[in-house]
Structures are given as structure tokens and as C-alpha cells.
Design a protein around this ligand. Structure first.
Ligand code: NIG
Ligand code: FE
Length: 409
């Protein structure tokens, strides 16, 4: 039994009672000035005025916080590919010389290059590379991280990636959420059609993923260069029937993926850069979370997903980093969200929601993402006096203190 009062904070932005769907105005934010948080056994019991909580709980242990600090829930990055070996700096240099993502993929670069480099790496190397990236994210206040396989693309190497993620999850303080993305690309060395490859994954990989409890989620890249909807739908329905939650890389360059995601009842549809008003309307009243990935737009030099339109259409909008060696090598989630918010006209409340409880919904997790009673005490404090400073500095102010389950990292 560990109970303590943490504070005082200049401001606590609780994100309590904000809606899961649609636009949010900053005036709806609950901001507690001179605030405190009572944490017991890693869970939030109460938030409120620091002095009032102090006086109402005589003898309670105090964990004092120095200086001006603004407290937010820990961020949740609900879409990453940070289990990989090697680099694609060569691809990037070609892209900024004007070659397109698809041209580079056709000439031997792209996802397949990362598959080659990741297949060549021992599991222990993947573990240490992944560990470093997870620690960097955790220091940036990201306390829950989704991580996809998808650079193995055969049974042994997909298992190697998922086992590396599991190994790191046992030692890091961050919570890792693994996803099987064996359907990232039709591997060049597979002798058969898209459907034959996906059937092979259903028959020969997913049962092992289940048996070893390596992932509870299945993802697919629906795109002209990857899988088409005709192959995707039966694959996703088969995975769903095995008990996997479904998420989809949808509408990055061309549309159709979001329709598939909604048809199969996916928890999220991610990317959406190519989406129009038609796609935005599909999300109205849908349980599928729209996940936008500004880091991929920045890495590819292409337009952002229409985040403003998606919110105005009533979508639940999460923002994730897509951190990967190809399209989104930077991996700085807060910077990306801040820069996108300036272009897309997202309110601070919408950005914070997209990085916290709305991202939790994309992962179907209900116990985090707001600073409220019963939620996990995953929290981060920024050294400033006003929450608006955080996006204003576009990612250059980092949290000075991060807590996971109520314990300082
Ligand atoms: O989300 N779009 C497909 N997959 C990744 C890119 C992966 C890569 O280029 O290595 C993405 O952007
Ligand atoms: Fe991705």
C-alpha cells in the first residue's frame, strides 16, 4: 500500500470529461491551478487543489515537485514501427532529390530494404536497438507505445521481431502494445499471390503468435504497392475470427483502406492523408478511431491527413508518430503534433486528446489517458507555468519529470 500526494503543480490539465469524438474547444479543458494528485498503488485516487488535498489528508506522504510545472497524462503513441535494424538515409536523400516513395521502392529501396536489414540482425541486436528507442520515447513522456512487426515478412523473422518486442516489454517501464504487421508488403521472395501469402500467414504464423501470446492485434498496409482490398478483407476477417483486434494502414496515397477498416470493424484506421470529405463522412458515428501520422507527412514531404475535417465530421482523432526507418525517421511525437496543429488548426485540447485518451481508444485501452480517479498514474510534467507553452514551443520543451504507475522514471 503506497499512497502519496504529488505536487504542487502550476497547472494540472486533467482532460477529464472531454468527449471521445469530434471537435473540442480549449474552454472545455479542466485546468487545476496549484494542483495536486493523490496516487495509491500506481493509480490516481484524486486530483484537486494541492493545499486542500494536503489539509484533508493529514500525515499523507508528500512527493514534492520543484518550480513551475504543468502536469499532463503520459502520452500514448498508438502507431510505431520502432523494431527495426539499419537505416534508410539513402532513401531520404533520394526523396529530397525528387524521387518518389514508390519509385524508390521499385528500385530496391523502401520497406524491402528494411526487411533485408532486419532479417540480417540477430534477435539480441533488435532488442538493444528497440530498447534505446523505447527509452527515448519514455523520456519524452510517452508511457505507452504500440510497436508493429512487419520487417520480417516470413514466419521466423516475424516471430523474431515479436519476441524482441516481448523481451523489451519485460524490462522497460513503458507499456508496449505489440501488433503483427506480417501484411506490410508481399515479400519479394514469396512465390505466390497476395491471397496465397495472406493465407500462409493465417495458417502458419497467427496461431504461433497466439500460442506464444506475442500480439493481440493484426495490421495490414492497404495500398497499390502493398495489398488490395480483395485480398485484405478475408485476411482481416480470418484474423478477427481468431480473436485479434484489427487496425489498418489506410488511404496513405490512394483510398479504399478506410472503407475496409470500417467494414471489418477495425479499432483504428491510420494515415488517411489521401482522404476527402467522403472518407471523413464514413467516420461519423463509427467506433473506428482515425489515427493521423504527421511524422510520415514530414518525412515524405506530403500533405497532412485532413485532421480538421475529420474532427468536424465527428471522428475520434488520435495522433501518432509512425516512427519508422523509411517514411518517418524522426520519431518526435510532440514536435510532429505541434507542427501539424499549426497547419491543420487543431486546438490544444484536440492535440492533447489525440495524444492521450483518444490514442488509448485506438488501442482499446480504457485505464489511462486522463488524470482522473481510477486511471493509471502515467503522468508527465513540463517546466512551464501555462499549458499553452507546450505546443507554442513546438516540441522543444520536453517533460522534466515522467511517472509510470506513480513512480518517477
Ligand atoms: O506507416 N505505410 C507503410 N508503412 C510505413 C512505412 C514503413 C517504411 O517505409 O519502412 C508507414 O509509413
Ligand atoms: Fe505505419
Amino acid at each position: 500500500m503506497m499512497k502519496k500526494l504529488i505536487g504542487p503543480f502550476s497547472e494540472i490539465v486533467t482532460l477529464s470529461s472531454l468527449a471521445l469524438n469530434g471537435a473540442i474547444d480549449d474552454s472545455q479543458l479542466q485546468v487545476i491551478r496549484n494542483g495536486g494528485v493523490i496516487v495509491e498503488d500506481g493509480v490516481i485516487r484524486e486530483t484537486g487543489d494541492f493545499d486542500a488535498l494536503y489539509n484533508a489528508n493529514p500525515g499523507l506522504e508528500i512527493e514534492e515537485v520543484e518550480g513551475e510545472q504543468v502536469l499532463l497524462p503520459g502520452f500514448i503513441d498508438c502507431h510505431t514501427h520502432i523494431c527495426f535494424a539499419g537505416s534508410r538515409a539513402k532513401d531520404y536523400s533520394l526523396r529530397i532529390q525528387g524521387k518518389t516513395y514508390l519509385e524508390i521502392a521499385k528500385s530496391g529501396g523502401g520497406i524491402w530494404d528494411s526487411v533485408t536489414q532486419t532479417r540480417a540482425a540477430e534477435e539480441s541486436i533488435l532488442v538493444s536497438l528497440l530498447e534505446q528507442r523505447v527509452q527515448r520515447h519514455l523520456a519524452d513522456g510517452i508511457t505507452t507505445i504500440e510497436i508493429k512487426s512487419g520487417y520480417g515478412l516470413d514466419i521466423a523473422n516475424e516471430l523474431k521481431m515479436l519476441r524482441a518486442i516481448k523481451t523489451v516489454s519485460l524490462t522497460t517501464k513503458a507499456d508496449l502494445v505489440p501488433t503483427c504487421l506480417a501484411a506490410h508488403l508481399l515479400p519479394k521472395d514469396f512465390n505466390g499471390s497476395q491471397t496465397e501469402y495472406l493465407n500462409h500467414i493465417v495458417t502458419d504464423l497467427l496461431p504461433l503468435v497466439k500460442a506464444e501470446n506475442l500480439a493481440g492485434r493484426v495490421d495490414i498496409f492497404i495500398e497499390e504497392s502493398a495489398f488490395d482490398r480483395t485480398a485484405a478483407v478475408p485476411y482481416l476477417l480470418a484474423a478477427k475470427a481468431m480473436g485479434f483486434e484489427i487496425t489498418v494502414h489506410a488511404d496513405q496515397f490512394t483510398t479504399s483502406g478506410l472503407e475496409v477498416a470500417i467494414e471489418v470493424g477495425a479499432v483504428s484506421a491510420d494515415h488517411l492523408e489521401a482522404g476527402t470529405a467522403y472518407e471523413a463522412a464514413l467516420l461519423k458515428g463509427s467506433e473506428t478511431v482515425a489515427v493521423v501520422l504527421p511524422g510520415a507527412s514530414l518525412g515524405l514531404g506530403m500533405q497532412y491527413a485532413p485532421a480538421r475535417k475529420l474532427l468536424d465530421a465527428g471522428a475520434c482523432l488520435a495522433i501518432a508518430s509512425d516512427w519508422n526507418p523509411g517514411s518517418a525517421p524522426m520519431g518526435d511525437l510532440l514536435m510532429q503534433a505541434a507542427v501539424m496543429s499549426a497547419a491543420e488548426k487543431l486546438s490544444t485540447a484536440e492535440v492533447f486528446a489525440g495524444l492521450t485518451f483518444r490514442a488509448a481508444k485506438a488501442l482499446n485501452i480504457k485505464d489511462r489517458g486522463r488524470l482522473a480517479e481510477g486511471m493509471m498514474a502515467d503522468m508527465q510534467a513540463y517546466p512551464c507555468h501555462d499549458y499553452r507553452e507546450i505546443l507554442y514551443h513546438q516540441g522543444k520543451i520536453k517533460p522534466g519529470i515522467v511517472w509510470k504507475n506513480g513512480t518517477r522514471i
